[in-house]
Ligand binder design. Structure first.
Ligand SMILES: *Cc1c(COP(=O)(O)O)cnc(C)c1O
Length: 494
């Protein structure tokens, strides 16, 4: 199956490209993204066939439907990455917490956030492609906390790939920072930036635009690639776990094949939600996809009013930092799917130039056939964390936003699956404030220990171990030093 561009083709690239090309060179014409030309279909027979099958078997069948140009042996190896999850047979277990509410626990991978679900297999595929082409790639990443560790872990010791990861010094949790700065693989470089996430991201952008930087990479025959959440190589793996959750409900006797469910997704860059949308479009019986936002409510506003407007908005730092976002990239793929390339290009150009776009009433109605959305605030999240911890279920602050959709948006008496995107251990200080109903923020280590004692739950061993590992990456630099630091790294490593 081939891939086409969300803003149309400008003539510089082929009008259609295979999967391998779309993931190696994810930037499409006019600043757009690659999307599959058509979507394969899954029917009730497909769902029945993968009842009681392993996650890997289902994943392989879904990838087969997309007819991607990746060798079978590479796909098998990529899917073998799920062996590093807590339960290799069931990397994403579905757990019941109310009679009609289920949690799709997507955080059982090496870095305890749902990003491992896609980045683990994707990292293997990208490296295998690079090796086959005999080309070295540098992957640049800027992170607010979860993407960095998951990207580093996905590419550690992978051939033909080097990763340079920028994080805002002081802007992540201790656990997130330690996950990055203790990564010992030689092909990884982690650099703290004096500034916030926006500074890290803009530093990355100016690097991509720097002629000296590009010339130095060229001298060493290193190409640039990206592993951010707009890469379709990640999205394809985010379709699978939604299908698996549905099948799990069939297996648990909650629904019969063909019955509809709700899926709720705590959203930032909209990759997880897009995976659910594609699954629905492929034929998974989903009533609606419910989106939750935190105080940065751009997505909830779009889906409720048709207006995407960031002119008066500035980023608010919340307890669910992975959802702190103003420009949510993957929404573009839904716009393309519903309204076509020409309209998508118009809307995205408006957003870039004027800081806003408005859907027509008809367009909004079309969007709302598949989506509904609601926003939340930190106080609500803290209350939910406490309520469920008291009942014996521990959920992180991102997951907690989903309860707002459960309480307000469920119009029909259908079961709901909410996506749990991180383990509580990544956000322990916030968790402790919720559980103790206190305003005092403790350190990560102290909060982990107190919660562990209070609730009688174990601190995940690999999180505990972070506090004893040697710090490998000590650089914290000003923005104008980043380029030279990365060039130094490339030279020393090659
Ligand atoms: C990345 C992330 C999200 C947001 O996912 P998107 O696919 O970007 O919408 C939500 N929660 C956590 C914990 C994350 O790491």
């Amino acid at each position: 199956m081939n891939f086409i561009e969300t803003r149309g083709n400008a003539g510089g690239f082929a009008p259609e490209v295979p999967f391998s090309q779309a993931i190696l060179h994810p930037a499409a014409s006019y600043g757009g993204l690659y999307v599959p030309k058509t979507l394969p279909e899954i029917d009730t027979a497909f769902i029945e066939r993968y009842r009681n099958a392993s996650y890997q078997a289902l994943a392989k069948a879904v990838l087969d439907l997309f007819e991607i140009d990746i060798e079978e042996s590479v796909i098998d190896e990529a899917l073998a990455r799920y062996k590093a999850f807590d339960n290799p047979e069931e990397p994403a277990p579905v757990v019941q917490i109310e009679s009609d509410l289920f949690v799709n626990e997507l955080y059982h991978g090496p870095t305890r956030a749902f990003k491992d679900m896609a980045l683990q297999p994707f990292g293997y595929i990208l490296s295998a492609l690079a090796k086959k082409l005999n080309q070295n790639y540098l992957i640049l990443a800027a992170t607010s906390g979860d993407t960095g560790p998951a990207t580093l872990e996905a590419f550690a010791d992978r051939e033909n790939i080097q990763v340079a990861c920028l994080y805002p010094a002081g802007g992540t949790s201790d656990v997130q920072r330690l996950q990055m700065v203790t990564e010992a693989a030689k092909n990884l470089k982690v650099i703290g930036i004096e500034g916030n996430f926006d500074d890290a991201q803009s530093a990355l952008k100016s690097l991509l635009a720097s002629d000296t930087f590009k010339a130095r990479l060229k001298e060493r025959d290193i190409a640039l690639s990206a592993a951010n959440s707009v890469n379709f190589g990640r999205i394809i793996f985010q379709i699978i776990y939604h299908i698996r959750a549905y099948i799990a409900l069939v297996e648990q006797g909650v629904i019969q094949t063909g019955d509809r469910i709700y899926i709720t997704v705590p959203s930032g860059n909209f990759g997880n939600a897009l995976g659910a949308y594609y699954a629905k479009k492929m034929g998974l019986p989903v009533e609606k996809i419910l989106i939750t936002s935190n105080a940065n409510n751009v997505l909830a506003e779009l889906i409720n009013t048709g207006l995407y407007d960031i002119r008066e908005k500035s980023l608010i730092l919340t307890n669910s930092p992975a959802m702190d976002i103003l420009k949510s990239s993957n929404v573009e793929r839904v716009l393309f799917d519903k309204f076509g390339a020409e309209r998508t290009k118009t809307l995205m150009t408006q957003l870039n130039e004027e800081g806003r776009y408005a859907l027509t009433e008809e367009e909004l109605a079309v969007l709302r056939e598949d989506f509904d959305a609601i926003d939340t605030d930190d106080a609500y999240g803290l209350k939910i964390i406490k309520r469920y911890a008291d009942k014996g279920y521990v959920m992180d602050p991102h997951t907690a936003t989903c309860l707002k959709a459960y309480e307000n948006l469920k119009e029909k008496a259908l079961p709901m699956v909410i996506c749990s995107t991180a383990e509580w251990t990544k956000f322990a200080p916030t968790m402790l404030m919720a559980i103790e109903e206190s305003d005092e923020k403790k350190s990560d280590l102290e909060a982990l220990q107190r919660i562990s004692e209070k609730l009688g739950i174990e601190i995940t061993p690999r999180v505990q171990a972070l506090f004893e590992k040697p710090i490998v990456h000590k650089d914290v630099v000003a923005k104008d030093e980043i380029e030279s630091k990365i060039l130094e790294f490339i030279q020393s490593a090659s």
